[in-house]
Write a protein that binds this ligand. Sequence first.
Ligand SMILES: Nc1ncnc2c1ncn2[C@@H]1O[C@H](COP(=O)(O)OP(=O)(O)OP(=O)(O)O)[C@@H](O)[C@H]1O
Ligand SMILES: [Mg+2]
Length: 223
Amino acid sequence: MLHIDNLTKYYNKKQIFKDLTFSVEKGEIIGLVGENGAGKSTLLSILATLQTPSAGTLTLNDLSYDSDWKKIRKQIGYVPQEIAIWDEFTVRENMLFFEKLSWVKKNEEELRQLCLEMKLDQWNEPAHTLSGGMKRKLNMAISLIHDPTIILLDEPTVGIDLKSKKEIGSYMEKQAKTDEKTIIYISHDMDEIKSLCTRIICIGQDSFYKNLLQNAGKNVLVF
Ligand SMILES: Nc1ncnc2c1ncn2[C@@H]1O[C@H](COP(=O)(O)OP(=O)(O)OP(=O)(O)O)[C@@H](O)[C@H]1O
Ligand SMILES: [Mg+2]
């Protein structure tokens, strides 16, 4: 479904990664791991069509990232590493605002339900009064308004307590299993990666993560 073929990225002359080749099927949860600066966020933003690779090809359901990026973008839900919400708006106002920008329309009840499914129930609270974890949940709910088929999450559970982590994890599993969504997500929490992911992409030649995950019996691809 998503094919990544010989993907290479340079910033100026600095090589970030080279010749990444892998495919991702519907309903898979793929973990993206590697040390700080390895290029995980760069890869995710390329998959989100926000940056272009230096070389290589990407296709999603036979659509090319070069020529069909507008169609592809409609299928992608992306949560960046930095939280991007309107702090002065309430949860409700944030959801209504982003719904206006969405190509899939949802009514207020559906938007509220989206938040509740993620155990975010402060509907009328201003976003700046939410905890860091709740802001992340709001950011994730916003990225799902247009019913994307691929969900790209850049460290969605950083700074989140164990209970909320489990809630986000179960939500991701439900999205993948029941709705056949594809999820690619970055995390530094190896316990979480081990429990949620079907396969793991490790960027960077440092063997620390690879060994850790392979010893736990996980399918790891290293680039
Ligand atoms: N716009 C940019 N211009 C030049 N270099 C960049 C740019 N964005 C990122 N880099 C560099 O590319 C490398 C990979 O960065 P990236 O943010 O993808 O790493 P990461 O694996 O997500 O790290 P972290 O775990 O710290 O989030 C780093 O060396 C970073 O300094
Ligand atoms: Mg990053």
